[in-house]
Design a binder for this molecule. Sequence first.
Ligand code: LLP
Length: 392
Amino acid sequence: MNTSVVTSRLRQFAAQFENRTTPFYFYDTALLRQTLHEVTTAARAHDFHVHYALKANAHPEILVLVREAGLGADCVSGNEVQRAIDCGFDPSHIVFAGVGKTDAEIKIALHHDIFCFNCESLQELEVIAALAAAQGKQARVALRINPNVDARTHHYITTGLEENKFGIGLHEIGEVIALFKQHKHVQCMGLHVHIGSQITDLNVFRALCTKVNRLQQLFALYELPLPHLNLGGGLGVDYHHPDEKPVADFAAYFEIFAKFIERRPGQQIHFELGRSVVAQCGSLISRVLYVKKGLQTNFAVLDAGMTELIRPALYQAYHKIEVLHSGEGEVQKYDVVGPVCESTDCFAKALELPELRRGDLVALRTAGAYGEVMVSSYNLRQRGETLFSSGL
Ligand code: LLP
């Protein structure tokens, strides 16, 4: 059976959801703090630096907690760079990636003198160099290399294969290095790789280390020093057991890199974690609008849909659905769907849940990462509010 009873973590808050307008995002601040404590402790054990990937969740209240815990910021747009700065991140702890940085975005980052651009192509490097020269500055740049490592995750969130648009192909390395050597307005800070997201097989990271070690040997031949290695993010979370495993195994993750990366003397190692930091602390809380009795299946129509949480529609992603009442009543099978005019607006099929009635509250768990940031206004849907446990 696919669970019925509300978990102890959410149970303590459920009573306070009753009179709220749904749907809304709810964040368990204590769990976020605990996760931040665990990630920083595990990273510190190896003298690793962690930059939080804002793309997972850029809510200012979350960012302030992340910053207070001592993480840096990994941004993929000028607005994210600006948001990080507005939330108090020191520019010297901000990195900026993305295959399509506009001139305006590059100028913002140069203006703030961020720690490092993660550069994704030779063509981008030329533009960064020209814009830095125009400002009389030297841009710090790490080269995002496409290492061609299979992340063994969903096809849509794989980024490190040759077929993916991300990073500089190995065939262009020679030209890139020549540009660094001749252009005084760009400084090579090191290498950057990121192969994908929701990676649960840690062996994948071992394969990544092997590739990065080889890349380092190649760069040594060209005598280009690499003071920093940024090994990206991607650590997966347990969508099926959010209460049994509320915090990802950061120690095991960092252990792999500590063991298998050939760290050069004085070299600094960076990571860009998003999902594993914020996924489990967030839930999307929704109400049952209608229960439609079908011939084959019942439909539980929620007031939240793919506009609030697109991951199931986009990646066939699983989010555990919990009914926030006491769980009495006979178990029934439901297709749990949203109100949006699309057949893909479906959170679960033939899911066994205790009998649902109009007005019941349900929680879509593990929605703190790539949930609220991907909300859309399709169908002119109203944006819901955001609630923090610390604000209840
Ligand atoms: N660094 C780079 C360069 C990235 O592209 C990403 C994620 C991260 C770091 C953070 O990865 P994480 O630790 O969160 O796995 N919307 C998709 C996920 C897209 C991930 C994009 N890049 C989803 O809902 O699954």
